[in-house]
Write a protein that binds this ligand. Structure first.
Ligand code: SF4
Ligand code: SF4
Length: 482
């Protein structure tokens, strides 16, 4: 005779945290944050390390003096909210987007040439995956127009599309950029869609004329730079080894003074010896006047001399935490701070993202090389291993499907038990390829770092939810999240 066991409740997968004296859980299956009261905590505590049947759970709660009807209602409520579940179910994974997911953005690599020779550059340095030999160095207007047409045709159902101009050094092909903006404005208007633009540059070629154009056309600008002169000139050098700070400084001042229509952002690459995050932030934000400053560790094989080791990453995290604390102080006063790394994570937490893939690469976003080859994103352009069609012939759906199947968080074994996966989903495909030779590999070298950083941002969210919820509402509105 088979004895049927009553199904038992288990805790759902979540990450608990405290902020401003309140308790919260970050529910992994939903990528959602809940504030929990003492009654809810009592239920979760009962299920710590054990499973209990419905009757046993209600009985235990009632033994503490809770009215049985209230205990019953509470248990049902928590089950409906998916904070508890029947049995230790397999981790819940987000669904893959549909195969015909519409394109939203293209990154046009308008040239693969650069006038600098930054030692750590993923495009030209030791870890490069691009194979540009024999391919066009500059995108033609014909290819750029075909890219715009493809974007419009593939953005089915979208009201707005976006183009990012990228390089090499983007401004080495400014003429094309200027011409294609004119074309794209007309083509998108005819198709009934809005369009926005952004550009990444090393700032060495900025002129007043270019700044006026960028401001007039509301082109968001991100400047790749590393900090004050001694830091900038360590890696961001001309081919003759000369540093670039003295060249870009006056140009940046012109850009920040005269580009009034979009935020100007600095993006810093952190490398061995370039980990002085707070000092770099102060210089870029306070001395130069950037509106936003973001940091990213260099993408590299771990054996490179400029790669960040564990000590370097720990130092970076400690300094991120100092700026995060400042970000929170500003937010509590209702002010913007400008540390992009917090703003971006808070945006994702507010949106409740639960990613099937780490980013939009190959999904809503694709890169276009100067020759017109499509790739998952700008970091894969000109890499024969990762072409995904051509702007003249369209997206290669088979290659796109294979890339996305590999990159789905469900395919990354190590991520299945990680509470940070709704935000991380295994991390950058390009970094995984450089580190592990496989775009579908989880970026396991930074898991602890990611989890600690996510926890920091969850706490910031929690403090604001308790002490200044209006800031979160205004922040969401400003970022177009609500
Ligand atoms: S890569 Fe690491 S931190 Fe990211 S989801 Fe996977 S296990 Fe978690
Ligand atoms: S694959 Fe990496 S570099 Fe490319 S869009 Fe995604 S996160 Fe960015």
């Amino acid at each position: 005779m088979t004895v049927m066991q009553a199904p038992a409740y288990a805790r759902a997968e979540y990450h608990g945290f405290e902020a401003s004296g309140s308790h919260f859980v970050y529910l992994v299956s939903a990528g959602a944050i809940f504030e929990i009261d003492a009654d809810v905590r009592a239920v979760l505590a009962r299920l710590d390390g054990q499973q209990l049947t419905h009757a046993a759970l209600v009985r235990e709660l009632s033994s503490d003096g809770t009215d049985p009807d209230e205990a019953e209602a509470l248990v049902r409520e928590l089950r409906a909210a998916r904070l508890i579940q029947l049995g230790a179910a397999a981790p819940v994974m987000p669904q893959a987007p549909p195969a015909d997911f519409p394109l939203q953005a293209l990154v046009l690599n308008v040239t693969n040439q650069c006038n600098l020779a930054c030692t750590y550059c993923y495009e030209f340095g030791a870890d490069k995956i691009a194979t540009p030999a024999g391919k066009p160095k500059y995108m033609t207007l014909e290819t750029a127009k075909a890219s715009v047409d493809l974007l419009i045709n593939e953005a089915v159902g979208r009201k707005a599309v976006h183009i990012t101009f990228f390089g090499g050094e983007t401004l080495m092909n400014f003429k094309l950029l200027r011409d294609v903006v004119g074309y794209a404005n007309g083509a998108t208007a005819a198709a009934g869609k809005a369009i926005t633009y952004s550009l990444t540059t090393n700032a060495t070629l900025l002129t007043s004329e270019i700044v006026t154009f960028l401001s007039d056309n509301r082109v968001g600008v991100t400047v790749s730079m590393d900090g004050p002169p001694d830091v900038q000139d360590k890696h961001r050098v001309y081919k003759n080894g000369k540093g670039s700070y003295a060249v870009i400084e006056p140009r940046l001042r012109t850009l920040i003074a005269h580009h009034k229509t979009r935020a100007i952002t600095a993006r810093v690459t952190l490398t061995e010896g370039v980990t002085d995050v707070v000092r770099i932030f102060r210089h870029l934000k306070d001395d130069l006047g950037f509106h936003e400053v973001g940091f990213a560790p260099v993408t590299t094989g771990e054996e490179r001399a400029y790669s960040l080791d564990d000590n370097g990453m720990d130092s970076v995290l400690a300094q991120f935490n100092i700026l995060a604390e400042e970000w929170l102080e500003y937010a509590l006063r209702g002010e913007s701070h400008g540390f992009t790394n917090v703003s971006e994570t808070i945006s994702e937490l507010i949106s409740g993202v639960n990613k099937s893939h780490p980013c939009g690469a190959g999904l809503g976003l694709m890169g276009v090389s100067p020759s017109g080859d499509l790739s998952p994103c700008h970091r894969f352009t000109d890499a024969d291993t990762h072409t995904m069609g051509h702007v003249s012939s369209g997206i290669d759906r088979a290659k796109q499907g294979a890339f996305l199947a590999k990159g789905h968080v469900e395919a990354k074994y190590d991520c299945q038990s990680c509470w940070a996966r709704p935000l991380c989903a295994g991390g950058c495909h390009h970094e995984a390829f450089v580190r592990y030779g496989d775009t579908g590999h989880a970026n396991l070298h930074y898991c602890d770092w990611i989890r600690q950083w996510t926890d920091t941002c969850l706490r910031i969210y929690g403090v604001l939810a308790v002490q200044n919820p209006g800031f979160l509402e205004r922040f969401a509105e400003r970022k177009g999240l609500s």
